[in-house]
Design a protein around this ligand. Structure first.
Ligand code: RTP
Ligand code: MG
Length: 155
C-alpha cells in the first residue's frame, strides 16, 4: 500500500556494549532513521545474565555461548525498536554478515568492526524472532504508537 500508517513490521535492533563504548550509537540510529525507519522504542541498560541468555537462547549449548553472554552483559547496550516496510530483512542487510570481515563494505559491521565476537549490533533474523525479542526487552507501554508529522513532506 501507499500509506505509511499501514506498515507495522517491527525489528529489534540492539547496539552491543562495544558499539556503545565506541560511541557508535548515534551513527547507528542515524542510518536507520535516514533509511526511513521509525524509532518506536529506545532505552539504555546493562542486561542481566538472565536476559542475555534468554535473548540468545537459540545458541545455548554452543561453544561460544558463555563468552557471548559475558560480552553482552559487560556494559551498557542500547535497545531499539524500528518500524517500517520490510524492516527485519532490510535491517539485516544494513547490518551485514555475522563476521565483520566477511561483511560487504557499506554494512554496519564492515564499516565499524573486524571481530565476530565484537560485531557492534544485533538485528532480529525473522519477523517471529522480532516479536519474541521485542516482548523480551520492552514492556508494551515502552513502545510509542505515533505518526510522524514529517510523513506529509518526506517521501
Ligand atoms: P546477532 O544475533 O547478534 O544479530 O548476530 P547474527 O544473527 O549475525 O549471528 P548469530 O548466529 O545469531 O550469533 C549470535 C552472535 O554470537 C557470536 N558468534 N560467535 N563462531 C563464533 O565464534 C560465533 N558465532 C556467532 C557473534 O557475536 C554473533 O553476533
Ligand atoms: Mg542472531
Amino acid at each position: 500500500g501507499f500509506a505509511a500508517s499501514a506498515v507495522t513490521e517491527r525489528s529489534f535492533i540492539m547496539v552491543k556494549p562495544d558499539g556503545v563504548h565506541r560511541g557508535l550509537v548515534g551513527d547507528i540510529i542515524k542510518r536507520f532513521e535516514q533509511r526511513g525507519y521509525k524509532l518506536v522504542g529506545c532505552k539504555v541498560l546493562v542486561p542481566s545474565r538472565e536476559l542475555a541468555a534468554k535473548h540468545y537462547a537459540e545458541h545455548d549449548g554452543k561453544p561460544f555461548f558463555p563468552k557471548l553472554v559475558d560480552f553482552l552483559t559487560s556494559g551498557a547496550v542500547v535497545a531499539l525498536v524500528f518500524e517500517g516496510k520490510d524492516v527485519v530483512k532490510t535491517g539485516r542487510t544494513m547490518i551485514g554478515a555475522t563476521n565483520p570481515l566477511a561483511s560487504p563494505p557499506g554494512t554496519i559491521r564492515a564499516d565499524y568492526g573486524i571481530d565476530v565476537g565484537r560485531n557492534i549490533i544485533h538485528g532480529s533474523d525473522s519477523v517471529d524472532s522480532a516479536m519474541r525479542e521485542i516482548a523480551l526487552w520492552f514492556r508494551a507501554d515502552e513502545l510509542a504508537n505515533y505518526t510522524p508529522v514529517a510523513t506529509a513532506w518526506i517521501y
